[in-house]
Every structure is written in structure tokens, then in C-alpha cells.
Ligand binder design. Structure first.
Ligand code: 1PZ
Length: 204
């Protein structure tokens, strides 16, 4: 993808990348390198959130980096699961199946944030972010992480500031957020099925 689009219109780049990914998903197999490329665009959003979320960005990027390394030997997402099931490392810290689960939670968090943003015009992001985080990630995070995230919410920019950093207006952002929501849902569900079809529950 054109680097200028990514930097100047990150929401366009994200919506486009996930639409491409969900089109290819018709074959019921997703290439891991293509997935990583799309997922890495999301980290641009973090940079708009300020220093308090630097830790989250580093965490997210580290998981993605692990997955990109794994793509050298595991071409598709299901290869990751097959490998970790065989070696009983699905939930092992740093394993690819665990990294994939975390990245999936990040993508779902962005989806939930966008849904919240579409449902209100409140200029504070704190409420929006708190609801989305509480739905998608909080149940799986440790107490220490949850506490840090909730404290960080007080430092979030306002909605206007965020839109400005993203080079968007309310109207342009709304369209792109809807496109991401529609395109990411089937991908998220596909990833969940990779685990569920192997009798791995999703309570972690
Ligand atoms: C505009 C609204 C902004 C909302 C901001 C909400 C930010 C939520 C930040 C979440 C921080 C998570 C930090 C650390 C989590 C770790 O516990 C786990 C550890 O995984 P392990 O090594 O045990 O397997 N790491 C992760 O889950 C990976 C990081 C996920 C962060 C995804 C956030 C995506 C948010 C995008 C925001 C625009």
C-alpha cells in the first residue's frame, strides 16, 4: 500500500486493507503475511492516542512481529493453529496462536471503538473507549493492565482532536469506520472459528 495514504489517511488505508482481506477470505484461508500487513496499519491509530498508550502500541507491534516471523514457516492462519495444537502450545506465552488471539482482540477493540463512536456525538473519548475496552479486552486482561488502561483513559485526546490527527471530518470518518466494521467482522469470526473448531474455548 502507498505509504502516503497510510500516513495521511490512515482510516482509508485500514478500511481498504480489511476489505481486501475479507474478499480473499472467500477461499476460507487467509495468508498470514497479508493479515499481518493489514493488522499493522491499526498501530497508526495508537499514535494518535498519546504517550499513555505507547505501551499498548509496543505490545501490539511485538505480537505482530512474532506473527510475521512465523509467516516464514506458516503460510496461513490455520497453519499456526495446526502447529501449536500439535505441540500443545496454543496458550503458551509468546506462541503464534496466542499472539494471533491477542491481535484479534486488538482488531475487535478497534471495531468496538468505531461502533461506539458511531453511536454517540460526545466529544470526550473516555466513555466510548471505556465501554469498548470493557466489552472486548478487559475480561481477558490482568488487574494491573486494566487499572493502567482505565487510568490512561483520562489522557485521551478529544474526538475533535482525534479526527484532526486522522485528517478526517465526522462525515468522512463515519463512512470509513462503517467499512472497517463490515470488513473486519468476518475476519474476526473466521479467527474465532480456527480455535473453536479445534475445541479450544475463547475464555483467555
Ligand atoms: C479512541 C479510543 C481509544 C481507546 C483506547 C483503548 C486502548 C486499550 C489498550 C489496551 C492495552 C493492552 C495492554 C496490554 C495487554 C497485555 O496484557 C496483553 C498480554 O498478552 P500476553 O503476552 O499475555 O499474551 N497484550 C495484548 O493483548 C496485545 C496488545 C493489544 C492491544 C490492542 C489494542 C488495539 C487498540 C487500538 C486503539 C485505537
Amino acid at each position: 500500500m502507498d505509504e502516503r495514504v497510510v500516513m495521511q489517511q490512515p482510516l482509508s488505508a485500514i478500511a481498504e486493507a480489511f476489505e481486501e482481506l475479507s474478499k480473499r477470505n472467500d477461499a476460507h484461508s487467509i495468508r498470514l503475511d497479508t493479515f499481518c500487513e493489514a493488522a499493522s496499519l491499526v498501530s497508526v491509530l495508537f499514535r494518535c492516542l498519546g504517550l499513555a498508550f505507547k505501551f499498548a502500541e509496543l505490545e501490539y507491534v511485538a505480537k505482530l512481529h512474532g506473527l510475521l516471523e512465523a509467516s516464514k514457516t506458516c503460510p496461513t492462519l490455520q497453519d499456526i493453529l495446526n502447529l501449536d495444537v500439535a505441540s500443545d502450545t496454543v496458550k503458551t506465552s509468546g506462541s503464534s496462536s496466542r499472539n494471533l488471539r491477542r491481535v484479534r482482540q486488538g482488531l475487535d477493540l478497534v471495531r468496538a471503538i468505531f461502533e461506539q463512536l458511531l453511536s454517540t456525538d460526545d466529544n470526550s473519548l473516555k466513555e466510548v473507549a471505556t465501554v469498548a475496552y470493557g466489552q472486548v479486552c478487559a475480561p481477558y486482561h490482568t488487574w494491573a493492565v486494566r487499572t493502567a488502561v482505565y487510568a490512561g483513559m483520562y489522557t485521551l485526546p478529544t474526538r475533535d482532536q482525534l479526527l484532526m490527527k486522522l485528517n478526517e471530518t465526522e462525515q468522512s470518518a463515519e463512512k470509513k469506520m462503517r467499512r472497517y466494521i463490515a470488513a473486519s467482522l468476518p475476519i474476526i469470526e473466521y479467527i474465532d472459528k480456527l480455535y473453536l473448531s479445534r475445541n479450544i474455548t475463547l475464555d483467555w
